[in-house]
Design a protein around this ligand. Sequence first.
Ligand SMILES: [Fe+2]
Length: 404
Amino acid sequence: MTTSTVHALPTIAWPVRTHLTKIQTGAGSINGLVDELDFLEKERAVVIAGPNAAKGPTFQRILDLLGPRCVATYTGVQMHTPRHTVYDATDVVTAARADVLVTLGGGSTSDLAKAVATMLGEGRPIEELHSEFTPPDTYVEQFLKRPKMPQISVPTTLSGADVAAGFGVMGPDHLKRICRGDYVAARVVFLDPEATLETPLEAFAHSGMNGLAHGIEALYSRTREPLSTAMALESIRLFVTNLLLVMDRPSDLDIRLDLLWANVLGGMLLSNARMGIHHGVSHALGGSLGMTHGFSNALMLPYTLQYNLEYVAPYIARAAVPLGLAVAGQSDIDAARAVIDKIFEVRTALRVPRTLRDLPEPPSDQTLRELSETVYSFERSTYFNPRPIRSADDVYELFRLANG
Ligand SMILES: [Fe+2]
């Protein structure tokens, strides 16, 4: 690989935070749940899950393990964590006089617990706790630092939410506002691959495309640093390798555990390496068109890389060697293109539609124009994107690429 920087890509000075999360791994590891309550010196747990997870055996297993130390459950989790669910769950947690939250689920479940703990810990409504972005380049971060109720989490997808120092809550306007702070990430995470078997396979795999995007966007993040780059490269390798395997061997727990580790790396990246426009368009598609965050990520990721290519090629090219791609002697642009081709290959294995136009209900041009306005006017990710985003037309250009 030869090195050439097509556009200089300066970083933004940014504090780096390390993590306090304890990670327990292995099939059956959740059997140690009560030991972790003891470790945290907590007695009164509220178990939080979505309605589907609450019907599964792992949820029941958690209730059995906790016995009388489970003082309530909340099973009203919804996709993208709508604001009203935060208030509903907070009422349950307060009435139960809980001192610890146990979550079983994906990013929306984890984000709900984080939002509850944050609202209670900060003592202010969730509407007042997010960071603010005003286009084109004014970002004001509100970093929340008060102690919060600890969470123990059992992830069933690959969003990385459990270990990330931030979370999103969707308002009635379908916009996802992001809160960030210390003590937001779970204190204990169980990487138990058996718990993931209850997640529908395609949803599980699509959530891996979100995790993969965390690694990819971290590589070229404007707040990248050596720690994030090292984690990003290994997360990309683990995601690509194992997402290509999991559809054919869905009950292989070793593949799933590797994916859970990739998920942890991706979540840790979210704490420090701020995400770019890919996450902005994925949030907009999810909030407006009802896609899961994993699916919108899967749809958009290679197109975002094409869109950003001239700005990010040397950074994306670094993923070529860990992915085993033969790029010796190639330019950064060509090596980056080989990485993008590999991501297309993963998408194909996951049966992701090739373009927006291939969706069962493709968004109209008018919708894409409106989404472009939303992303430009609201999404902080445009501030952190390596390619400057100066107008809604700039965002629309990315949707046009993804439209085929
Ligand atoms: Fe994400």
